[in-house]
Design a protein. Structure first.
Length: 179
């Protein structure tokens, strides 16, 4: 039986764990990351460092793998879509496009009757003052945030006064749920 090559886009913790697990199943892993210090390079069979819009490196990567996956959502949709024309990308690039935008993601999930915490789109700081029922809450960027990046805890209206946030980027305010 020939060896399977799994292409993983992104070289963080999940890429590391995917590589470790794949090795146990005799699956070769090739990591493609725009981070030259990506930790997953220590666990994969091959590591390709390049930007996510480097067409030559992307083609090289795609030719070396049988199937492609990604380990985080902040990969350009266009990159995944181009790769998917040549090899299967799973989950589909359209899934990645959806999960890249927190508001679109929550709207989609709620339309499936899967309830999330209360949330609302925020376009300017003054909107938060009228939303005390959402506090305590987390103000999050709608895009490019992860693992605490682009997230601001707001316990009370007093915290809003000290917020130094560029609201041109788009935000979502989520009510904190006590578990």
């Amino acid at each position: 039986m020939s060896e399977i090559s799994l292409g993983i886009i992104g070289g963080g913790q999940l890429g590391s764990m995917l590589s470790i697990s794949a090795r146990k199943l005799n699956i070769k892993t090739i990591i493609y990351s725009d981070d030259k210090d990506a930790p997953a390079q220590n666990f994969c069979n091959e590591f390709i460092f390049a930007s996510y819009d480097d067409k030559d490196k992307i083609n090289d990567f795609v030719q070396k793998v049988d199937i492609i996956t990604y380990e985080f959502e902040n990969i350009p949709y266009e990159t995944l879509s181009e790769m998917n024309k040549l090899k299967t990308v799973s989950p589909k690039p359209s899934v990645n496009r959806l999960i890249q935008h927190r508001l679109a993601e929550k709207d989609f999930i709620n339309k499936l009757n899967i309830r999330t915490t209360q949330y609302i789109s925020i376009e300017k700081k003054s909107q938060i003052n009228a939303l005390q029922n959402f506090l305590p809450g987390l103000l999050k960027t709608t895009t490019l945030g992860y693992d605490g990046k682009g997230q601001y805890l707001i316990n009370s209206i007093e915290d809003v006064k000290n917020l130094n946030v560029d609201f041109s980027k788009g935000y979502i305010l989520e009510k904190i749920v006590k578990l």
